[in-house]
Design a protein around this ligand. Structure first.
Ligand SMILES: *[C@@H]1O[C@H](CO)[C@@H](O)[C@H](O)[C@H]1NC(C)=O
Ligand SMILES: *[C@@H]1O[C@H](CO)[C@@H](O)[C@H](O)[C@H]1NC(C)=O
Ligand SMILES: *[C@@H]1O[C@H](CO)[C@@H](O)[C@H](O)[C@H]1NC(C)=O
Ligand SMILES: *[C@@H]1O[C@H](CO)[C@@H](O)[C@H](O)[C@H]1NC(C)=O
Ligand SMILES: *[C@@H]1O[C@H](CO)[C@@H](O)[C@H](O)[C@H]1NC(C)=O
Ligand SMILES: *[C@@H]1O[C@H](CO)[C@@H](O)[C@H](O)[C@H]1NC(C)=O
Length: 497
C-alpha cells in the first residue's frame, strides 16, 4: 500500500473538502436516510393509484391509448375503449405494520406499442446499432457524451419511486436538456436500456444494491425504467430504512436494497481509546448485515466511498490504526488515512465475496461517483449551479480527491479478487471518468419542492445550498443501468456458453 506522503499536495485541500463533505453528508444523510422513506412510500401509493386509475378508467384522455396486455390471457385491452381492465386495485396496504404486502397485478404494459401512458416519457427506440459482440467486447468506459433527442425512458410523472430529493424537474429545475445525452463508447454502442430484455435476463433472479445513498439513486433509476415494462409487486418493510424489496411478478425478479454505509463491519461500543458513540470501522471484516442475502443473490451491485469522509475510527487487526475527523491525541501516529481505509474496505469486501462458498453471484463494483462542488466544498462556495450540459474536455475540472478515491478503489478491488476461485464473477463498473463530465446531472439547489428555497447566488456571490453529489432522475444516472445491463448480459452469455 502506498503511503499518504504520495499525495502531499492534495492532502490539505482534500482535508478541507472532506470535512465539508462530511458535514454535508451528516446533514444529507439525515434527510436521505430518515425522511424520504415516508415520502417514497406515500409517493408510491399516490402515483400508483393514479397510474392504475389512468389505465382502468373508462374515460381516459383520448391521447392516451395504453395497451395493457394481460399476460395470463394475452388479451390486449385498449384503455380508450369502454372495456374495463381489472387491475385488482382493491388491496389496501397497511403502512403501520411489517406485513408483507403485494399489489396484485399480472398486467404488463406492452412496450411494442408506440403510445405510452405517460406522454412525458419517450418511446423506446430500437437502438438498431452494432452492439458489442461477446467476442470483441469493447471498453465501455472510454467515449463521450452525445446529444440524443430521444430523451429518457421515463419522466418524473411516470415514476412512482423517485425520491423527492432527486426529482429535479418536480423541484423546479428550469432546464431539461441534461436529460438528452447518451454515453457513446469509442469503439461500440452501449445498448439502450430495454426494460423487457432486462427483466428477461433477470428472470427468476435476484438483484441486490448494497451500499450508500448513491446505491439507492441507482436502484430507483432502474425501477423507474423497469416500471415501463412491468409494475412490480411491492414488498414493503415499513419502518426499515435498512432494506427495501421489490418483486416483479412477470418474470419473478426480485430487487433488493440494503443499506451499508461503508460495506465493512461497524461497531459503536468503546474500543481501546476510542469512546462509545463514534463509529468504528473494522476494515478487515465485511459488513455482516447483508451476508444472509448472498446465497440467494444473483447480481450484487456495491456502492461506497463518500462515507469515508465522515467521522469514524479505523480498526485493523483489533488495533486502532487511524480516524477520520476523530483523533484525540496528536502524539499518537495515525497509520492510515481515510483514503487508505477506503482501499482496505474494498479489498475486504471483495475478498470476502470471492471466497464465500455460499455466494455464486456476479459482483459489480460501481466506481466512485464524482461530485461537482466546483470552487469549494458544499459549504465553502462549491457549486454546480447553472451547469446545463456536460463539460467539454476544456471545461473538465479534475478533482484530485475523486481521482485518488478512484485509484484506491481500483487497487482495493484488484487486491480483493486475487483470491478469486474459478466460479467467482466480479466486474468493475468504471463510471468515474465518464461522469466527471456530468456536472450538469446533479440536483444542485433543486433538492426539494419547497417553493421558497434559494436557487440563485446571493448578492455577495455565495451559491445556494446544493446537492452536487447525487443525480437527478431522469438523468445521467440512468446510464449506469445501461452499463449494468450490458455487464450482466456479457456475464450471463459468457457464463452459459
Ligand atoms: C365504466 O363503464 C361501465 C359500462 O359502461 C360502467 O358500468 C362503469 O361504471 C364505468 N366505470 C367508470 C369508472 O366510469
Ligand atoms: C401469448 O402469446 C405468445 C406469443 O405472442 C405465445 O407464445 C404465448 O403462448 C401466449 N400465451 C397464452 C397464455 O396464450
Ligand atoms: C418490524 O420489523 C422490525 C425489524 O424487521 C422489528 O424489530 C419490529 O419488531 C417489527 N414490528 C412489528 C410490529 O412487527
Ligand atoms: C397472477 O399470476 C399468478 C401465476 O402466474 C397466479 O398464481 C395469480 O393468481 C395471478 N394473479 C392474478 C390477480 O391474476
Ligand atoms: C414533474 O415535473 C413537472 C415540471 O417539469 C412538474 O410540473 C410536475 O409537478 C412534476 N411532477 C411530480 C410528480 O413531481
Ligand atoms: C480453475 O480452472 C482451471 C482450468 O479450468 C484449473 O486448471 C484450475 O485448477 C481451477 N482452479 C480452481 C481453484 O478450481
Amino acid at each position: 500500500m502506498r503511503s499518504v506522503s504520495a499525495y502531499p499536495k492534495t492532502i490539505p485541500s482534500v482535508a478541507v473538502s472532506v470535512g465539508g463533505l462530511a458535514l454535508f453528508l451528516v446533514f444529507a444523510s439525515l434527510l436521505l436516510v430518515y425522511q424520504p422513506i415516508g415520502s417514497i412510500v406515500s409517493g408510491y401509493f399516490y402515483n400508483v393509484d393514479q397510474a392504475l386509475v389512468l389505465s382502468s378508467n373508462n374515460k381516459t384522455n383520448t391521447d392516451i391509448k395504453t395497451k395493457i396486455v394481460d399476460s395470463s390471457s394475452n388479451q390486449t385491452v385498449d384503455s380508450g375503449t369502454n372495456k374495463a381492465v381489472d387491475l385488482d386495485t382493491s388491496e389496501t396496504i397497511d403502512l403501520d405494520t411489517n406485513k408483507t404486502v403485494e399489489i396484485h397485478t399480472n398486467k404488463t404494459i406492452d412496450l411494442g406499442t408506440s403510445k405510452t401512458a405517460d406522454s412525458g416519457a419517450k418511446k423506446i427506440v430500437d437502438s438498431g446499432t452494432e452492439l458489442c459482440s461477446p467476442i470483441t467486447w469493447c471498453d465501455l468506459y472510454h467515449g463521450k457524451w452525445v446529444h440524443d433527442p430521444a430523451g429518457p425512458l421515463y419522466s418524473n410523472n411516470s415514476c412512482p419511486v423517485l425520491s423527492q430529493m432527486q426529482n429535479c424537474q418536480g423541484n423546479g429545475r428550469p432546464d431539461k436538456d441534461y436529460e438528452n445525452y447518451r454515453w457513446k463508447p469509442t469503439k461500440c454502442q452501449l445498448p439502450r436500456f430495454d426494460p423487457k430484455k432486462f427483466l428477461e435476463l433477470m428472470r427468476g433472479k435476484t438483484l441486490a444494491f448494497i451500499g450508500d445513498s448513491v446505491a439507492r439513486n441507482q436502484m430507483e433509476s432502474l425501477l423507474c425504467m423497469l416500471w415501463r415494462a412491468s409494475i412490480p409487486s411491492l414488498f414493503l418493510n415499513r419502518g426499515n430504512k435498512r432494506m427495501q424489496r421489490y418483486y416483479f411478478r412477470s418474470t419473478s425478479t426480485t430487487m433488493l436494497r440494503i443499506w451499508s454505509s461503508w460495506l465493512v463491519h461497524k461497531t459503536t461500543e468503546k474500543f481501546d481509546f476510542a469512546p462509545e458513540g463514534v463509529d468504528k470501522l473494522h476494515l478487515d471484516a465485511p459488513d455482516e448485515t447483508f451476508m444472509d442475502v448472498l446465497p440467494t443473490t444473483d447480481v450484487l451491485v456495491l456502492s461506497s466511498g463518500h462515507w469515508f469522509a465522515k467521522q469514524s475510527v479505523y480498526i485493523l487487526n483489533n488495533e486502532i490504526v487511524g480516524g477520520q475527523l476523530w483523533w484525540p491525541d496528536n502524539s499518537r501516529k495515525k497509520k492510515i488515512d481515510s483514503i487508505e481505509a477506503y482501499e482496505i474496505s474494498v479489498a475486504t469486501i471483495m475478498s470476502s465475496l470471492v471466497t464465500n462458498p455460499d455466494y455464486k453471484g456476479l459482483t459489480v463494483v460501481r466506481s466512485y461517483s464524482p461530485d461537482h462542488y466546483e470552487g469549494g466544498a458544499w459549504n465553502t462556495g462549491g457549486s454546480c449551479t447553472g451547469k446545463v450540459k456536460p463539460a467539454t474536455d476544456g471545461e473538465l475540472v479534475e478533482s484530485g480527491f475523486t481521482n485518488t478515491m478512484h485509484e484506491k478503489q481500483v487497487s482495493g478491488f484488484k487486491r480483493g479478487i486475487k483470491k478469486k476461485s474459478n466460479k467467482s464473477r466480479a466486474a468493475f463498473m468504471d463510471i468515474t471518468k465518464p461522469f466527471s463530465y456530468r456536472h450538469d446531472g446533479h440536483p444542485g439547489p433543486y433538492r426539494s419542492r419547497d417553493p421558497n428555497k434559494i436557487t440563485k447566488r446571493s448578492a455577495d456571490g455565495r451559491p445556494p445550498p446544493q446537492d452536487c453529489l447525487h443525480w437527478c432522475m431522469p438523468g445521467p444516472v440512468d446510464t449506469w443501468n445501461e452499463f449494468l445491463m450490458e455487464i450482466i448480459r456479457r456475464d450471463f452469455e459468457g457464463h452459459n456458453s
